[in-house]
Design a protein around this ligand. Sequence first.
Ligand code: 4NP
Length: 154
Amino acid sequence: MNQSVLFVCLGNICRSPLAEAALRRECAHSDFNVVIDSAGTGDWHVGQPPDERAQAAASRNGVEIGHLRARQVTGADFHDFDHIIALDSQNLRDLEAMRPAKGVAQLSLLLDHVEGRAGQDVADPYYGGDEDFDQTWAEVTAAAKTLSSRLAAG
Ligand code: 4NP
């Protein structure tokens, strides 16, 4: 059975595209099928590629994300995805507020999937520098490693 994961941040141009890329990489050599996507709670960057600094951080780690395009999370996502994973607690509150009554997706915070980091936010690197984007990459990769083994276990 396919499993599906949607990562959600504010703009869908910095953190959630990196989370999408990190999980895709962790699952690349797995023998299970997983659908992975990302979206933003906001609509300012819809249709745009990831921030150039996010693209550069991914490139430094051997992953290309320039083909991704930002989109806004929709009510249908709560039916289409098994898991919706918020990058920070404000994103999680926004998702909880828009969740349809019959939505099936399980909501969680990304760093809940990293031992010792439960309840913490992936800081928004938008007003930061390359080192902030590298930290984002490290955090989403740590979560992606746990998530891929959980997905593999079914
Ligand atoms: P993201 O970063 O939520 O990680 O994609 C941001 C991108 C854009 C804005 C804020 C955060 N913005 O205000 O436009």
